[in-house]
Ligand binder design. Structure first.
Ligand SMILES: Cc1cc2nc3c(=O)[nH]c(=O)nc-3n(C[C@H](O)[C@H](O)[C@H](O)COP(=O)(O)OP(=O)(O)OC[C@H]3O[C@@H](n4cnc5c(N)ncnc54)[C@H](O)[C@@H]3O)c2cc1C
Length: 405
């Protein structure tokens, strides 16, 4: 009987195993998990709720959410996309709910619903699930692979590697016999520390739509921005941290950002707002009349930051102050010194080089019969359910193709 060994009992591992067994029920499909429990990350994901995917049902738009892996996944989504994920879970009795930001969670709000679904499905299909069985090396042989464990080894005809993201390069050492190129791992999805910026006093303050740039770079982060005790967080920051993961690691997390507090607003329209406000509300105090869609506390902070008296009147603002405020509203500079892991969802950039994997089958271009799925590959998404979607898609494809006769 053909044996498919799946290395790693996480999101991609279970999806691959189920896909393989459905494709070919006669094959012996086994999941080897190093730790004492399966699906550990699924359990803690999304604050215990598991953001399973995102309601982005156009493959091109879906792929645009991956700082690493966009082109590769665009091809892979042709076989299994976000719509397929929704259908996959709902057809197995896991009701899902879509939130206004597109994030999709189990209706139960419990990641355990997803875990129960995988465990039940594996049982029904006859997948062997083995705990405390870490693979230390995979040796390619003629017509198969030798899997090395602590004290013994086993043969497998086909292998799917689904060990997840590895924070250190040494985490990939067990793959060394396979001679795949490993893109060195770096954290992605983190928040910015600003120990010397007084804006931290406004912790808890939210700007609904801001745009962030790394000074000297073109990369953008857009969306809600949250001021925290440490600096800045929120979707706009997390997005920028993901797109800039490599650049920011090279800078050792010492860099400056430029904030456009008014999302994408441009200078001419902003100057019109200043002129209009002076005309209509000239007698009002600057601090009392905030014509912009930002919190009043932030507006007052920006006035003070630019040495403008909030008790002066709009009519007296003067061209010099308008210039200062225009610049500050569109390009407000903050010094970032360090990062904090975003605990709700964090991933590592880096992993097995995608140029050595076939995106239509997830099979290694170096070793026929060897497949990869999930975060072990150099794929990572921004927050919003995209990382699990990549695990489901690549797991589905790897399992299906590994099980072909
Ligand atoms: C706190 C947190 C919250 C998250 N929340 C979300 C979310 O809500 N939505 C989202 O889309 N993404 C989320 N993510 C990201 C998501 O969890 C990962 O992208 C996803 O789990 C990757 O799946 P995977 O199967 O590739 O790896 P994993 O889920 O990490 O599974 C890999 C498995 O392989 C095992 N393993 C490792 N080495 C070996 C070995 N040598 N032998 C045998 N077994 C081995 C590991 O123990 C692990 O069980 C979150 C991540 C974190 C850390």
């Amino acid at each position: 009987m053909t044996k498919i060994a799946i290395i790693g009992g996480g999101a991609a591992g279970f999806f691959a195993a189920i896909s393989a067994k459905i494709e070919n029920p006669d094959m012996d499909v086994r999941i080897y998990e190093r730790t004492s429990k399966f699906l550990g990350k699924v359990k803690i994901s999304g604050g215990g709720r598991c953001n399973v995917t995102n309601a982005t049902f156009n493959n091109r738009l879906l792929a645009a959410n991956y700082p690493r892996g966009e082109k590769f996944l665009k091809k892979a989504f042709e076989q299994f996309n976000a719509q397929d994920t929704v259908q996959w879970f709902e057809s197995r009795g896991v009701a899902l709910k879509t939130y206004p930001d597109g994030c999709i969670f189990p209706l139960s709000n419990e990641s355990q619903s997803i875990i129960n679904c995988f465990l039940a499905e594996s049982r029904i299909l006859g997948i062997q699930t083995i705990l405390h069985r870490g693979v230390d090396a995979i040796i390619p042989l003629e017509g198969g692979f030798e899997l090395k464990f602590k004290e013994e080894s086993e043969f497998a005809d086909r292998v799917i590697v689904t060990v997840g993201g590895q924070p250190k390069s040494t985490g990939f050492d067990f793959l060394s016999e396979l001679t795949h190129t490993i893109i060195s791992p770096q954290p992605s999805l983190f928040t910015f520390n600003m120990p010397h910026e007084s804006i931290r006093e406004f912790m808890g303050l939210v700007v609904e739509k801001a745009t962030l740039r790394i000074e000297g770079q073109k990369l953008l982060g857009q969306g809600p921005l949250l001021i925290t005790h440490w600096g800045m967080s929120g979707p706009a920051v997390l997005q920028l941290s993901a797109w800039g993961a490599r650049i920011l690691a090279d800078k050792e997390y010492q860099f400056a950002i430029l904030v456009n507090w008014l999302d994408q607003e441009k200078e001419p329209t902003l100057r019109e707002t200043f002129a209009e406000t002076m005309k209509v509300h000239g007698g009002k105090m600057l601090g009392n009349l905030n014509p912009f869609p930002i919190p009043a506390r932030l507006w007052n902070f920006l006035l003070t930051k630019n040495s403008i008296d909030p008790s002066s009147r709009w009519v007296d603002i003067g061209q010099k102050n308008i210039n200062k405020l225009v610049n500050c509203l569109l390009n407000d500079r903050y010094r970032v010194q360090g990062k904090t892991t975003f605990k709700e969802e964090f991933v590592t950039a880096g992993g097995v080089d995608l140029s050595e994997i076939n995106p239509h089958s997830m099979e290694s271009l170096r070793h026929p019969g060897l497949f990869f799925a999930g975060e072990v590959m150099d794929i990572d998404g921004i927050t919003g359910g995209f990382n699990f979607q990549a695990a489901w898609t690549t797991g589905f494809i790897a399992g299906k193709h590994a099980a072909l006769e």
